[in-house]
Design a protein around this ligand. Structure first.
Ligand code: ADP
Ligand code: MG
Length: 798
């Protein structure tokens, strides 16, 4: 037997009788075996070789057993298991009058003689009442199978929805259309049981049918939700309580007409049941024809499946019924061979989970209300934020970021979440602004566009040999270089006909495929890094924070590119900028200390002021009193006041003094704060601008250019502002491209004109640059000025 496999249990219940055939039927001492022996009828005069003795072994024999004992033996354990999620079936089998209905339903008048069904109901509800988690849902149904017709005994007038049908489903067999009645207590369930019984009797009377010829199934459906740690589980089960029709043989009844038809049906369904029981007991059989009859189909789960099944074979003890008794005992024995595999019906119930969680939320809200009440915070609301509240939070976050406020009101988690959300929104906005800024400053080049890249590489390094290129109009000065120039090196060439793609064409390219090339003013200015004061505790790290903004993705993806600015800034603070960084931090901490002091003094002044106002009020009251009572004057005509008033006046005088000194201190502190603030600002600017220089020198400017920048080099200090060394200015080519984009589409005829214009300008630029180069060449330590992919890079030097 596999683990978890169980045999169907079979019991025999003997109906009490004064005429018990004790010579024929004998019970074993273990109360589990039963021997039946039949005397051969000698009068028949023929040789009869049929066996005369039988021995049956069952799970228990209920002889002279009370209803109580019968229940405890047959049903109690099964019901307990049903309450933990295992389906259970109890069925009574036997000839008419053997006590099936008595066992299953019992008498409706006497409590102690109630049968299994009312006792199951009682056990279920008693367990539910004792349960710590009263989330047990119980429903019942009552089905009758009569002549292969399914009848809902709890919904007798049922019509319109079509006949009841037995349906197979992945979760088991069920009767579609059968009414399920939720019941909250034992009485309600019993009412339904009795109502079903009554409906059965009425039908029996009006349709002239015999109740003993129908099968009745009372089912109790149990669903219980409970929590296992944080999981809400739902176990469901059903207990099917079956009172089968009489199993007597047709020949014995001698039925005719309607009754014959009924008996045929009963026999048919019961003999199908027997066939199935035989098939189930045979491990070689793989197909079990459950669908042969309504009864066997309905019992599919109970017999062949995942269910605890118990059979009670009701027998009569009289000698006259011995054939039927033998037949019932054979059936019971065969049932015992059936194996079942009870399965726990456990699901993560969504409905149940919602119920349990709702309950928990209610409880937690109550708990929170108690805590708030104790903490004097009863005004705090935990409801979802209104639109107005969200707008207010957004404005607070904006003010916080602008430095207009040091604090954001936080009273509950929803607000915290909303604050973060707003930060995120603003961050996204800033990101797109930064991206737009980069796009306006850099040219995007498709890395896969080899022609463009090659042209750029060429142009990036192939500039005028070791010289600075000069712009013809002389508006700006600068030495051109790009990341390409430092990365790729390369040959020298004076001209390249390759044109870079227009930015508009490249906008659809992914970030991965794009590379940034600096345009004029592409380096990060101190203004960009400027951080406003007044951002609370974060202030001291303002410059760091600004520099710590993630660089554009493209930047970080370049393998040979310089380190990102935030990383470099950290390095700078450790190295060249360490002293400056230390001073910056010191200044910040002095500033913060002054601010704290200032706020403490301001608070003190306010409290003095309030105290003074109180004393003034008290003095006013004293004065009023004096006037009403008449004033005392001494011989010199001076007013006499009482001691209390005198003390108040003295106190007021002291407070005024204290107030004045406090005001003076506050004034001094404010001046000091202003001064410190300036120091901090200056320090920050210096830190950032020195970092920029350090960064350019360390990572961006090619070695030879650095040489040229050294004292005695080709470029005199101050000749080219260091922050513009990397800049690239718009030249004729750029201007032409821009024109093409704007003017030319509207006026295509102007193409030749503008092209000619551009060529002339380039020629002029070329001539000027060449003459400048002649001058540069006269000095050693040549500068490689890397330009763009234009014929000549035209850089401005002021
Ligand atoms: P079945 O449903 O098998 O046709 P019933 O349950 O209707 O038989 O029983 C027939 C009669 O016998 C009923 O009056 C019932 O009260 C009585 N009876 C059956 N079994 C017992 C028993 N164990 N103790 C007392 N009376 C019984
Ligand atoms: Mg009956």
């Amino acid at each position: 037997m596999d683990a978890g496999e169980k045999r169907v249990r079979a019991f025999v219940r003997v109906k009490p009788t004064a005429d018990f055939a004790q010579d024929m039927i004998k019970f074993g001492p273990d109360n589990k075996s039963i021997d039946v022996s039949i005397q051969k009828d000698a009068k028949q005069g023929v040789v009869d070789n049929r066996p005369t003795d039988w021995s049956f072994h069952l799970d228990g024999i209920l002889h002279h057993a009370s209803q109580d004992l019968a229940y405890n033996t047959v049903a109690k354990e099964l019901v307990s298991e049903a309450l933990t999620g295992y389906n259970g079936t109890i069925m009574c089998y036997g000839q008419t009058g053997a006590g099936k209905t008595y066992t299953m339903t019992g008498t409706a008048t006497e409590y102690q003689h109630r049968g299994i069904v009312p006792r199951v109901i009682q056990q279920v509800f008693q367990t539910s009442a004792r349960s710590l988690e009263p989330t047990l849902t119980i429903r019942v149904s009552y089905l009758e199978i009569y002549n292969e017709t399914l009848v809902d005994l709890l919904c007798p007038g049922r019509s319109g929805d079509g006949p009841l049908v037995v349906v197979d489903s992945p979760r088991g067999v069920y009767v579609k259309g059968l009414s399920l009645h939720p019941v909250c207590h034992e009485e309600e369930a019993l009412n339904l049981l009795f109502e079903g019984e009554t409906n059965r009797m009425i039908a029996e009377h009006t349709l002239n049918k015999s109740s003993s010829r129908s099968h009745c199934i009372f089912t109790v459906y149990i669903e219980s939700h409970f929590r296992l740690c944080s999981d809400v589980k739902c176990v469901s089960s059903k207990i099917s309580l079956i009172d089968l029709a009489g199993s007597e043989r047709l020949s014995k009844t001698g039925s005719e007409g309607q009754v014959l038809k009924e008996a045929t049906y009963i026999n048919k369904s019961l003999s199908f049941l027997e066939q199935i029981v035989i098939a189930l007991a045979d491990p070689r059989r793989d197909h079990i024809p459950f669908r042969q009859s309504k009864l066997t189909h309905v019992l599919k789960d109970s017999l062949g499946g995942n269910c605890n099944t118990v059979l009670v074979a009701n027998i009569c003890g009289e000698a006259v019924h011995v054939e039927e008794t033998l037949s019932s005992l054979r059936f019971a024995t065969r049932m015992k061979w059936i194996m079942a595999q009870p399965v726990l019906n456990e699901t993560a119930s969504q409905e149940g989970m919602v119920k349990v969680l709702e309950k928990e939320i209610r409880l937690l809200k109550q708990e929170l209300a108690v805590h708030d009440c104790l903490a004097n915070r009863s005004w705090v609301s935990y409801n979802p934020l209104t639109d107005n509240q969200i707008v207010e939070i957004k404005s607070q976050v904006q003010r916080y970021l602008n430095g207009a406020t040091d604090e954001i009101d936080i009273v509950n988690v929803r607000q915290v979440q909303e604050v973060f959300k707003q930060f995120k929104v603003l961050l996204r906005q800033q990101e797109s602004e930064v991206e737009a800024r980069f796009r306006s400053k850099y040219l995007l080049v498709d890395k896969n566009d080899f022609a463009a890249v090659a042209a750029l590489q060429k142009a990036g390094v192939d500039n005028v040999d070791g010289s600075v290129a000069w712009e013809e109009d002389g508006r700006h000065a600068g030495t051109r270089t790009t990341h390409f120039s430092s990365r790729h090196g390369g040959k020298k060439s004076r001209k390249s006909n390759e044109q870079p793609k227009k930015e508009g064409n490249r906008s659809s390219l992914s970030g991965r495929d794009l590379d940034f090339l600096p345009k004029p003013q592409s380096i990060i200015s101190t203004k960009d890094l400027e951080v406003k004061e007044g951002a609370g505790k974060q202030e001291a790290a303002d410059a760091d924070a600004e520099l710590s903004k993630p660089p554009p993705e493209e930047d970080t993806q370049r393998p040979s590119s310089p380190p990102s600015k935030p990383v470099a800034f950290e390095q700078f603070k450790e190295e060249g900028g360490s002293e400056l960084s230390r001073i910056f931090k010191e200044n910040k901490s002095i500033l913060n200390a002054r601010r704290k002091r200032s706020s403490a003094v301001a608070q003190r002044i306010n409290s003095i002021k309030r105290e003074m106002e109180d004393i003034q009020k008290a003095l006013e009251a004293q004065k009023q009193e004096r006037w009403q009572q008449g004033e005392y004057v001494d011989e010199k005509g001076q007013l006499i006041i009482d001691e209390e008033e005198f003390l108040l006046l003295m106190k007021l005088k002291d407070l005024k003094e204290e107030y004045r000194s406090g005001r003076a201190e506050l004034q001094d502190l404010r001046t000091e704060i202003q001064y410190c603030q300036q120091l901090v600002d200056q320090c920050r600017h210096r830190l950032v601008s020195e970092f920029e220089i350090w960064y350019s020198e360390s990572f961006l400017i090619p070695k030879d250019l650095q040489e040229a920048l050294k004292p005695g080099g080709n470029i005199r200090p101050g000749m080219i502002p260091i922050n513009r060394v990397m800049c690239l200015e718009e030249d004729e080519q750029d201007r032409f491209e821009r024109l093409q984009e704007t003017t030319l589409p509207a006026c295509p005829a102007s193409v030749s004109f503008y092209r000619a214009r551009m060529k002339t300008d380039q020629k002029h630029s070329y001539a000027r640059t060449m003459s400048s180069l002649e001058q540069m060449k006269k000095k050693p330590g040549l500068v490689r000025a890397a330009g763009k992919n234009k014929s000549l890079s035209l850089l401005h030097i002021t």
